[in-house]
Design a protein around this ligand. Structure first.
Ligand SMILES: Cc1ncc(COP(=O)(O)O)c(C=O)c1O
Length: 462
């Protein structure tokens, strides 16, 4: 059997898949400050209309414009590889396949949505895009996309990552973007968080507040905001990963994998690889689908499914999602892209409906897995991706115990060549595990009681 499976350029998927069309219960709408569903017009200051249409679309398939495909040919279709060297080291009968999204210019899956978002904004007349970034992967992806499309790009980067990953900032600057540490003094939201705690490590929630404020306060109206995860349109764009993987598996005679695994921060790379297979599961296939999150930021495994703000200052609509509360400040683990208080509403609903089964893993197990991967497969992965690898190893060892020849499909969401500080600290024995105390979960639940309550889901219905 082949170790690498490629698609020809003319085999690239021409449509994205929208899970919202197939979920057994309809997705719950985002709510405005009055507790009523928000209209696309209410969000028009933040996003361009074509993006809002995708965000709220009930259609199962959405065409990918040819110009976007032309841009993505730089790295797509991405390879599907088989981890034969790891399989051998583990002595597992499982076949482990991984979709390699680290081959994009920015080094992760993030350009799959950065390019469409920049393209639709360009079509719509936007001149500047603002955004947040955690580990810097999304910020550098948007900087790359904006440079190709002639847009100005301004990135608010979570302070802790800004300090830990200075070369990501250089990448953004190389593509012509401006990058500031968040919280910054440039926005009212940033100043208020700094006043509360001048040495705050920042969070994705705070950086989102700053980027949204910077977009909506531009009096010319030509600045819009782009989000790197969480929202429906971002997950939609990422489904190209799973759709390609399906074609690649079919090429080697595999109909469906037995297990699908992706790490989940806001849910975009996980949704991207998993949703085409969630669709198969809705239609009767037996597949274990596992989003993996850090034990220090366990929104799906320990958070509440509730309406909450997507950002820390309360500027976004209320989203029905798994959340640790928008005031949650995650511990400074190295997987910066997984330090987010919430989870994509579509992923959250798939959890509630029992279609996907989340798992939390602590930092040290993830680094151990990343080292085993590097010493077998060779690639040094992003700390976020190491969460998916840890569970892939767990599942491969389970298959060995059960003596089953399972097919495992994992998403390798990014390389870790800009994340070596984390590896350095792990190798020096300086990292530790942090499991979130129950008291913090209870505090968040009490805060969420003030918002409209998400309905309880029972036997397939809200
Ligand atoms: C390499 C990598 N993987 C995963 C993630 C998590 O984001 P998401 O859950 O949206 O895929 C990030 C976010 O920055 C990332 O950089």
């Amino acid at each position: 059997m082949s170790i690498k499976v490629y698609l020809n350029e003319d085999e690239i998927p021409r449509q994205w898949y929208n899970l919202a069309a197939d979920l057994p219960s309809p997705p719950l709408p985002p709510l405005g400050p009055d507790g009523k569903p928000v209209s696309p017009q209410a969000l028009a200051a933040v996003f361009p209309m074509p993006i809002l249409e995708q965000e709220m679309s009930p259609n199962r398939w959405i065409d990918i414009p040819d110009e976007i495909i032309q841009i993505m040919y730089r790295w797509r279709p991405s390879p599907l590889r088989r981890a034969v060297y790891l399989e051998k080291a583990l002595g597992t009968p499982a076949k482990i396949f991984y979709k390699d999204e680290s081959v994009s210019p920015a080094g992760s899956h993030k350009p799959n949505s950065a390019v469409p978002q920049a393209w639709y904004n360009k079509q719509f007349g936007t001149k500047t895009l603002t955004t947040e970034t955690g580990a810097g992967q999304w910020g550098s992806a948007l900087a790359f996309a904006c440079s190709l499309l002639g847009l100005t790009c301004k990135v608010f980067m979570v302070r802790i990552s800004f300090d830990q990953k200075p070369f990501r900032k250089t990448m953004m600057q190389t593509w012509g973007a401006t990058c500031v540490a968040s919280p910054s003094t440039e926005t009212a939201a940033g100043r208020s968080f700094l006043a509360k705690d001048p040495s705050t490590p920042g969070s994705l929630g705070i950086a989102i507040s700053e980027a949204v404020e910077a977009a909506v306060s531009d009096p010319t109206g030509s600045t819009k905001y782009a989000l790197g995860s969480v929202l429906n349109h971002v997950l939609l764009h990422q489904t190209i990963i799973g759709l390609e993987a399906k074609k690649q598996l079919a090429k080697i005679g595999i109909n469906n994998p037995d297990v699908v695994i992706g790490c989940a921060g806001g849910g975009s790379n996980f949704g991207g690889i998993a949703f085409p297979f969630v669709s198969e599961k809705i239609n009767g296939a037996k597949i274990d689908i596992i989003p993996v999150e850090p034990a220090s930021c366990p929104s799906m495994t320990r958070g509440k499914f509730a309406y909450d703000f997507g950002d820390s200052a309360g500027m976004t609509p209320l989203l029905a999602m798994h959340t640790l509360g928008h005031n949650f400040l995650p511990s400074p683990i190295h997987a910066g892209g997984l330090r987010y208080h919430g989870m994509a509403p579509l992923v959250s609903q798939a959890v509630v409906e029992g279609l996907v089964t989340p798992r939390a893993v602590a930092q040290l197990e993830c680094y151990r897995a990343a080292l085993q991967w590097a010493r077998t497969e060779g690639f040094i992965v992003a700390p976020e991706t190491s969460h998916a690898i840890a569970v892939t190893i767990q599942e491969a060892l389970k298959a060995k115990e059960e003596g089953k020849e399972k097919v495992i499909l994992m998403n390798l969401s990014g390389h870790g060549l800009m994340d070596l500080l984390g590896y350095q600290k792990y190798l020096a024995g300086e990292l530790s595990d942090y499991v979130l105390p129950q008291k913090e979960i209870e505090t968040a639940e009490a805060e969420l009681a003030a918002f409209p309550q998400a309905p309880i889901h029972k036997s397939g219905k809200w």
